[in-house]
Design a protein around this ligand. Sequence first.
Ligand code: E4P
Length: 219
Amino acid sequence: MRLFLDTANIDEIREINRWGVLSGVTTNPSLVAKQNDDPERVWKEILSEVEGDISLETTELEADAMYEQGVGLAQMAPNAVVKVPMTPDGLTAGKRLMKDGFKINVTLVFSPAQAILAAEIGAYIVSPFIGRIDDMAGDGMHALRQICEIYEVQGYETNVLAASLRHPMHVVEAGLCGADIATMPFAVFKQLVKHPLTDIGLEKFLGDWKSLQERKEGA
Ligand code: E4P
């Protein structure tokens, strides 16, 4: 399962990229707006920082306008992936973009039925929003499991990207479901690496090492 960062903040991206585990970045209009900067500058910096897929989201609602905007976003860099929403216009624009050889990510997906539509237009990525389904008292992980199973049974090649992940167990469960990609905020990435027993174990190892050095110096 590839791990993506769900942010438009370049410092967060640089920090996780340093670990050697970052395969891509997902952005959305809210995340870009949070940077309070020129969106094009923000996107360009991310596109050149990370080699993998970088999702940039369209904001036009009508199919032709969304397609034109998508072409502009796709042409920013070879690793740009155009995000289109799960709407009839998003499907129309998305299919046209894929036909033209651009990669698309169908976003704002909340049900297996919607995920079937994304696969049928040949989307490169489909993004079910797990945490937001849970927020509505639904079962986000159940929806993800069904999507992965349908894709397997039907032989769909669209990559399933588990989005809106809120904690480390979401990431673990997404892996068990068979998601191809998991995208998560910076805070969740940081939680993944942490375990109190790692800290305790390291402290003990270093303490024992230090005592050995002190004994050797005293001998
Ligand atoms: C995915 O591409 C979205 O940007 C993201 O995962 C949304 O997550 P949220 O529900 O935490 O805003």
